[in-house]
Design a binder for this molecule. Structure first.
Ligand SMILES: [Zn+2]
Length: 301
């Protein structure tokens, strides 16, 4: 190694020590929570590209490298991003599986009931009885995750400890106000029927008194059999005017077949906030957008 290259490396190392803490999250919603805590100090990174499902993701070598390099790493845990188990074992620095944080309110997928009769055909992550890993959709859980991030950031970067704490407090206060507003707005649509293609919203629903009428489980692009489709259409027919929500980026091909000729509105819900920027209020936008998209469809029935 030449002398100038060596000097450059030394400079980069020492500059790195003074620069912002590199915080990486597995999925967008965790990045949005981190952005609230790091506001004005640093910019959190995210591993999964927009539109990628944490249920089925294959890490690239560059992803593995990022996971190993960053100072702080957050993921939901084994119940969501199982693909991270191995790369995290090779990581020297600590990482936080937020599903294990004390104070988090966790749900399990319910067993039985008509709404879940097709669940068994869905993937492993949504089986009745298993942990519902979409835990970021409960404002109280976001607050717990943010508190842990603020503590970790303050330890890694004591110079900004007061700022992280102030950001955390402000985030908590904004969440309280948002929560109160959404409770009011969603009460009006609580009794209107809707169906989802992905059982990802149970935390959000539990917070606002909502409940989906059913889940149309489809495994990726695999078309279910004719009998299965007929059974799903029958449930839609019985429900009367209702909304069916798919998730961006792709509307299942099944959606059109399923709803043709029925008084059903097709719309989208995005549990991942794929289109949102990691700004200080990004997490609030995630909840707000979910509420708005739900209400817009249900109010139009
Ligand atoms: Zn899911």
């Amino acid at each position: 190694m030449s002398r100038s290259l060596l000097l450059l490396c030394l400079c980069l190392l020492s500059c790195g020590a003074r620069a912002e803490v590199r915080l990486l999250t597995s999925i967008k919603p965790l990045q949005l929570i981190a952005a609230a805590v790091q506001d004005g100090v640093g910019r959190p990174e995210v591993l999964l590209p927009p539109g990628a499902s944490p249920h089925h993701y294959a890490l690239r070598p560059s992803d593995v490298q990022r996971v190993r390099d960053v100072e702080l790493f957050y993921w939901v845990g084994e119940d969501l991003e199982g693909f991270l188990g191995k790369p995290l074992a090779g990581r020297a620095k600590p990482s936080v599986a937020v599903q294990a944080l004390p104070g988090l309110r966790l749900r399990r997928f319910e067993a039985g009931g008509e709404a879940h009769e097709t669940q068994a055909e869905h993937d492993q992550d949504h089986r009745p009885g298993s942990l519902d890993a979409h835990l970021w959709l409960l404002p109280a859980n976001a607050r717990v995750i943010a508190a842990r991030m603020a503590a970790d950031l303050a330890a890694a970067d004591p110079a900004h400890a007061a700022r992280y704490q102030a950001n955390l407090d402000a985030f908590g206060e904004r969440l309280q106000r948002l929560d109160a507003r959404l409770s009011g707005e969603l009460r009006a649509v609580a009794d209107k029927p809707y169906f989802v293609f992905h059982e990802a919203y149970d935390y959000f629903e539990s917070a606002y008194g909502l409940r989906h009428a059913g889940v149309f489980s489809v495994l990726g692009e695999v078309q279910p059999g004719a009998r299965h489709v007929a059974a799903m259409r029958e449930r839609l027919q019985r429900a009367g005017p209702s909304c069916v929500f798919s998730e961006p980026p792709l509307r299942p091909r099944l959606a059109e077949t399923l709803t043709a000729g029925l008084p059903v509105r097709l719309a989208e819900l995005d549990a991942m906030g794929a289109a949102l920027e990691p700004t200080a209020d990004g997490y609030e936008s995630l909840l707000d957008t979910l509420a708005r998209d739900l209400a817009a469809c249900l109010n139009a029935l």
